[in-house]
Design a protein. Structure first.
Length: 337
């Protein structure tokens, strides 16, 4: 296992938020993609009566079915059949209102399938040999568990993580313990394609950052964000990094101040994990820049460095960019906001 909207809204996303720089025409690239809705098959059966009924359902999803039970629901293969059936029934009972909400939000899933398909066209354009999945499987799982997953043959989309930032259950202690507000605020339907492609990027270029300096890790993160931008050019930049629109706009306005934070404190060549974790990866804020400043500011800065490099060397292909040494990118970009 590779773990790692209405029409009007879709038009708004495409017209107002897209990254249109050098976007290739991929309309002639053929992509096979279909969607199956596991949650509908599971919840519409009502209470399961026996193990045979459960096995018949799971047989319709050969790879996903086993993963759903063991990895997503965290069941034990050694459990007796009656215990397994009872556990699944308790889950569907507890999450019936979540299923009902998902059927309202995703009464028509086709706009999201089209977004993923468009991203796969860009993926095929840039990386023709990558074995992308040919199906989407939607499901509902525990709030405090997995969301969107990349499997060998499918994008697994956890609808329970896409019901809208204001969905009441996201404010519960159960969810906030695992996913604080700054993360659950991204639990919107239009993050589906973004998350699918994030998982693809992570699969293609898994992180290998042990004992790397902060600036190297910043640029490696920046390379991933730049690639994601090319695979989902219709998404807003703030969505790609997980900021609010206001946070991203203000980060661009304060780009020089952000860079000075790293330069003036001699952080760039640091390999101190306590320093690095303050600026790389998920976090609610960057205190040194003010209470409202977003976290993960090192990745934001790395992204800007990579953009600068690509502006200077536009002939660089995406595969070559991803293979380029981060220190070489830093030296050649000559980034000075």
């Amino acid at each position: 296992m590779r773990f790692l909207l209405t029409a009007a809204l879709i038009i708004s996303i495409f017209s107002k938020c897209k990254n249109s720089d050098n976007v290739p025409d991929v309309s002639d690239i053929k992509i096979e993609l279909s969607t199956k809705h596991f949650e509908r098959d599971l919840f519409s059966t009502g209470s399961l009566q026996n193990i045979q009924q459960l096995e018949k359902l799971l047989a319709q999803y050969p790879n996903f079915g086993k993963n759903f039970l063991i990895t997503i629901l965290n069941t034990d293969p050694a459990w007796p059949a009656d215990s397994l059936v009872a556990y699944v029934n308790s889950f569907t009972t507890a999450y019936k209102n979540v299923y009902d909400s998902s059927q309202k939000v995703f009464a028509d899933f086709s706009p999201y399938e089209k977004q993923v398909k468009k991203s796969l066209q860009y993926l095929k354009y840039y990386f023709p040999n990558y074995p992308a999945p040919k199906k989407i499987i939607t499901y509902i799982g525990p709030f405090d568990g997995y969301g969107d997953i990349l499997d060998v043959d499918a994008f697994m989309v956890g609808l329970h993580h896409h019901l809208g930032a204001n969905f009441s259950m996201y404010k519960s202690e159960l969810v906030r313990t695992t996913y604080p507000d700054y993360i659950s605020n991204r639990f919107e339907p239009d993050y589906i394609a973004v998350n699918c492609m994030k998982n693809v990027v992570a699969d293609m270029y898994p992180e290998k950052i042990e004992d790397k300096t902060l600036v190297v890790q910043m640029i490696e993160k920046g390379k991933q964000l730049y690639l994601l931008q090319k695979l989902v050019p219709f998404a807003a930049n703030h969505q790609l990094i997980g900021y609010t629109e206001k946070q991203f706009k203000e980060s661009l306005q304060r780009e020089a101040i952000i860079w000075d934070l790293f330069v003036q404190n001699n952080f760039l060549q640091s390999i101190d994990n306590n320093i690095i974790k303050n600026y790389i990866g998920e976090s609610p804020k960057t205190t040194e820049l003010g209470e409202a400043a977003p976290g993960n500011i090192g990745s934001f800065c790395g992204w800007q460095i990579v953009k600068k490099f690509m502006d200077k060397f536009p002939e660089t292909t995406l595969p070559n960019l991803m293979k380029t040494n981060a220190e070489n990118i830093f030296e050649q970009a000559k980034y000075k906001p």
